[in-house]
Design a binder for this molecule. Structure first.
Ligand code: TYM
Length: 362
């Protein structure tokens, strides 16, 4: 998997400086702790790229707990899910020796920069964000929180603080990245050039996994039915059953065609993503065979993948002291970068710098 959907050199071709020099190009991304488990779309659409990119880039990856409170939440559950999120990043192969892994609320500069960017964001511009439209559609705009409305602005702050070159995400985040670039440009032209315009890093093949029960919709923590979503931490037997019951399409031919055969195409994408074999390989292997055969093999591929992932996650969760150390180190590394950017921004926008008293003189 090397092609990106962007007209840009693939990140692998950028010129990295020596590891540890601090001059390596940066990547940054985040994931919300809004579910008991990452789903397979999160993994193949985003987290797997984080693991790959951490080798050549200077990486910042975080659990977006502040985004998670833009819709109804339970404090106890949020706390648990935040730690589960961190454990899953480690289980997926995000390496704390290479990557800063942290919790968004541990770095206050995110919310602080978001406030500045709120002052530069048009109301109409925020309202046009499709995620806000989708998520507020059910209860009506009046019932949605101001946090949900301002969600993309916090996301822009998350990104711009680190001046990353690339932001590895799934297709559903593209519009937010466009807003981020617009805000960066606006800030840079209104004040002085402060922010880098980040490029989305979206792999075409896995940009969007679809719901197993309704393969015209994306697999989603918030809107998929339990049968439609492959949760990485659920009982693998249940996962296998869900895949064997996936909705397929009319006809009998096994070929990749998102328009005519979204269900089969989704299964082919999953098989290819987890084995590293091409979609064409599976099309060939399944020529003249039945949908049921394909489902059975995909179920096995997924179970073989999620079983050790689940075991590793549970092991990390058993060692909370270690998890907290990782998150503390990550917040230190991220905080130093973020605070330097924030100071710069505060100065540009005209905030008076506070007098810093030394501890002895205070
Ligand atoms: P979240 O938590 O919804 O999803 C995490 C990542 O998974 C990707 N993804 C998918 N990829 C392929 N197929 C799917 N069905 C699928 N569903 C989700 C998402 O695109 C995402 O990359 N707003 C972000 C979190 C965030 C963030 C950031 C990301 C907050 N601040 C700054 C990047 C940079 C979100 O809700 O992701």
């Amino acid at each position: 998997m090397s092609a990106t959907t962007e007209q840009q050199p693939a990140p692998q071709t950028a010129q990295p400086a020596a590891p540890g020099s601090g001059a390596r190009p940066r990547v940054l991304s985040g994931i919300q702790p809004t579910s008991e488990s990452f789903h397979l779309g999160n993994y193949v659409g985003a987290v797997r790229q984080w693991v790959d990119l951490q080798r050549e880039y200077q990486p910042f990856f975080f659990i977006a707990d502040q985004h998670a409170i833009t819709v109804e939440w339970d404090p106890k559950v949020l706390r648990e899910r935040t730690l589960r999120g961190a454990a899953q990043l480690l289980a997926a192969g995000v390496d704390p020796k290479r990557s800063a892994i942290f919790v968004q609320s541990h770095v206050p500069a995110h919310a602080q920069l978001a406030w500045v960017l709120n002052g530069l964001t048009g109301f109409g511009e925020a309202r046009r964000m499709t995620q806000f439209k989708d998520k507020s559609a059910k209860g009506g705009e009046g019932a949605a929180s101001v946090g949900l409305f301002a969600y993309p602005v916090l996301m822009a702050a998350d990104i711009l603080l680190y001046r990353p070159h690339f932001v590895p995400v799934g297709e559903d985040q593209r519009q937010h990245l466009e807003l981020t670039r617009d805000l960066a440009q606006r800030f840079n032209s209104r004040f002085k050039k402060t922010f880098r315009l980040p490029e989305p890093y979206i792999l075409k093949e896995t940009a969007k996994l679809y719901d197993l029960q309704d393969p015209t919709r994306k697999m989603s923590k918030s809107s998929s039915s339990p049968g439609g979503i492959i949760e990485m931490l659920e009982d693998p037997k249940r996962t296998a059953k869900k895949i064997r019951s996936a909705v397929t399409d009319s006809g009998a031919e096994i070929r990749f065609d998102l328009e005519e055969k979204p269900g089969v195409s989704n299964l082919l994408t999953i098989a290819s993503a987890l084995t590293g074999q091409s979609v064409a390989h599976f099309e060939e292997a399944y020529a003249g065979r039945m949908y049921g055969d394909l489902k059975k093999e995909v179920a096995e591929i997924v179970v073989d993948f999620v079983t050790p992932f689940r075991d590793r996650t549970l092991e990390y969760l058993d060692d909370q002291a270690y998890l907290m150390e990782v998150l503390a180190d990550g917040a230190d590394t991220a905080g130093a970068v973020a605070e330097a950017t924030l100071r710069d921004v505060y100065q540009q926008v005209g905030f008076v710098a506070p007098l810093r008293r030394s501890a002895a003189g205070a």
